[in-house]
Design a protein around this ligand. Sequence first.
Ligand code: PHE
Length: 360
Amino acid sequence: MDDLTPLRQLWLDRINTAADPAAIEEVRLAALGKKGEISLKMRELGKMTPEERQTTGRKLNELRDEIDAALRARKISLEDAALEARLAEEWLDVTLPGRPRPQGTIHPISQVTDEITAIFADMGFAVAEGPQVESDWYNFDALNIAPEHPARQEHDTFFMHRAEGDDRPPHVLRTHTSPVQIRAMQEQGAPIRVIAPGRVYRMDMDQTHTPMFHQIEGLAIGRDISMAQLKWTLEEFCRAFFEVDEVELRFRASHFPFTEPSAEVDIRCSWDGGQLKVGQGNSWLEILGSGMVHPKVLQAAGIDADEWQGFAFGLGIDRLAMLKYGIPDLRAFFESDLRWLRHYGFAAGDVPSLSGGLTA
Ligand code: PHE
């Protein structure tokens, strides 16, 4: 048989130039597969004389083993190289500081609630809470709103269902945070200084009303707390909340069954260029209801009205959020539109505080 040297060279070259494991497999089949060149040559051994068969057979066996070994070696080195390349590419410096990008935002209502709470906490008000499904007594009677009082109709109340035959007055979704005044006074007595943020409900829906909205109730009861302190407290609050040095508040005589006297409070502002600015201009914007707590309310909460007196106020959180952050439509607050939330939301971790800056 012919010299096998050129054949050997040819196959070793093909093996060494194969670029990846798939190419190696192709070369293996072409050489050593059933119909591979070397295999076919070995089959021809049968036609040879015994002498020829002995020498050529041995050479062919050696060549087959050599090619086989070369294939295996090349395959391993290609696999190693691929692994090296991957390791080099996926290299990561674990000593670098992590910088996770926060997902999601704080809803403006949560942000503003925290801002307001921070301001009043700084003035010594603790946070009180009450249930959203409230008894008729806490929501109305205890606040000097008798069953026949017209204010009951004005509140557009949602009533809870009572079982057939149960003729006790139905529970309501609280129409304001004022019932928390009663609960807080019952629990803590006087003197007391609390705010109560929370959800309230009224059957109403347009650009500035939603059936659920948020209020913050304020209550301060002491031996000689007066309207003057109410006025100072609210002015300080507005200065801090709107982050302006000068604010002007207008106290307008009003009526609430649970305060006497009562006042609604407007803040001086301007709308120049469609932009709301607080503290200047010729417009007034109503932001809250307030007054001196009615003696009957103190009595209903078990507090001696001859010994104690104080003020209460209730302000709309949603309204304040719209004013401060220029949000035109209240309904959008509760539609859970991600684009709106990303636009008006606040970065997680921006906890408002008076020392750190409310809206920093
Ligand atoms: N509860 C009143 C409202 O919802 C607001 C208010 C609270 C007024 C406290 C006076 C005192 O309209």
